[in-house]
Design a binder for this molecule. Structure first.
Ligand code: HPA
Length: 275
């Protein structure tokens, strides 16, 4: 188990510590004011773990929320999954180091942001979905902390990969803001980095998936292994392969993500401010 922790002082000791993992189009979290108090980790950290380094971690509070009047506002640990400059493809991300680093900083709940393709009719480009299930089709990734021989292997219960309470924070925030958010979805995690064939998407659809992305796994399972509550906000960037008459273009994906990211940031600000 990770031992290193954020040292909290009198102003921060009662605060919850929430991890935000940013995905494609979400390399920064604007409303974050970094704490530079000597008692908390300063900005853009590289954290060493037994599995290598977790990079580009920001620790802070929401802008305007660090004053003594708002001592209950959470400390936020922001981690851009693909790195600050978005150079890590999904299969090269060091998921084990990332989740270990969040745990070691005292994070209790993770909100992951994932760009996805839409498979379900209710998941067109621009939709925001809080998934409740996933199916893992990825392979060859370092997917567990149980990598040593042991008499005591931990078979985590992964029946509900997304944690109920963290999901309900997100759904309540969307309701307060009047945001149209899909409250359920099944995320197919493919290996990438290529997009899928049309036949693969038909198979994923038959399997019951409504979303397809490349980064939910092993992230969600590693969080569960370390007893971290994990939920996701999926931003649908495109119709999955074969579901639209248009070819999938990266330019269109980025345009949709650019248009939707601010809405997701306002959802996060609302949820984090309500704690
Ligand atoms: N497939 C897989 N991952 C994705 C997609 C997609 O269509 N769009 C965004 N991430």
């Amino acid at each position: 188990m990770p031992k290193k922790r954020l040292h909290q002082n009198q102003n921060t000791s009662k605060r919850q510590i929430i991890g935000i993992i940013g995905g494609s189009g979400f390399g920064d979290f604007g409303p974050l004011k970094c704490l530079d108090d000597q008692n908390v980790v300063p900005s853009r950290q590289r954290i060493e773990t037994p599995y290598g380094y977790a990079e580009d971690i920001l620790v802070g509070v929401l802008t305007g929320a660090s004053s003594s009047e708002n001592e209950s506002s959470p400390i936020i640990v922001f981690m851009p999954r693909h790195g600050h400059e978005h150079r890590l493809p999904p299969h090269k991300i060091n998921y084990r180091a990332n989740i270990w680093a969040l745990k070691s900083l005292g994070v209790t709940n993770i909100i992951a942001i994932n760009a996805v393709g839409g498979i379900g009719k209710n998941c067109p480009p621009g939709a925001i979905v809080i998934p409740d299930q996933l199916i893992d089709y990825s392979y060859g990734r370092e997917h567990t902390y149980a990598d040593q021989l042991t008499d005591d292997i931990n078979h985590i219960d992964f029946g509900q990969p997304y944690e109920h309470k963290t999901r309900s924070w997100l759904l309540a925030g969307a309701k307060r803001l009047g945001l149209a958010v899909e409250a359920e979805g099944c995320y197919a995690c493919t290996q990438g980095p290529r997009l899928e064939t049309a036949a693969e998407i038909q198979r994923l659809k038959r399997d019951g998936n409504t979303l397809v992305g490349m980064t939910a796994m092993p992230e969600a399972a590693l969080a569960k292994e370390l007893d971290l509550a994990y939920a996701s906000v999926c931003i649908v960037a495109n119709w999955a392969a074969g579901l639209s008459s248009e070819p999938i273009s990266l330019a269109d994906i980025h345009q949709v993500l650019d248009q939707t990211t601010d809405t997701v940031k306002s959802l996060l600000v609302d949820v984090l401010s309500d704690m």
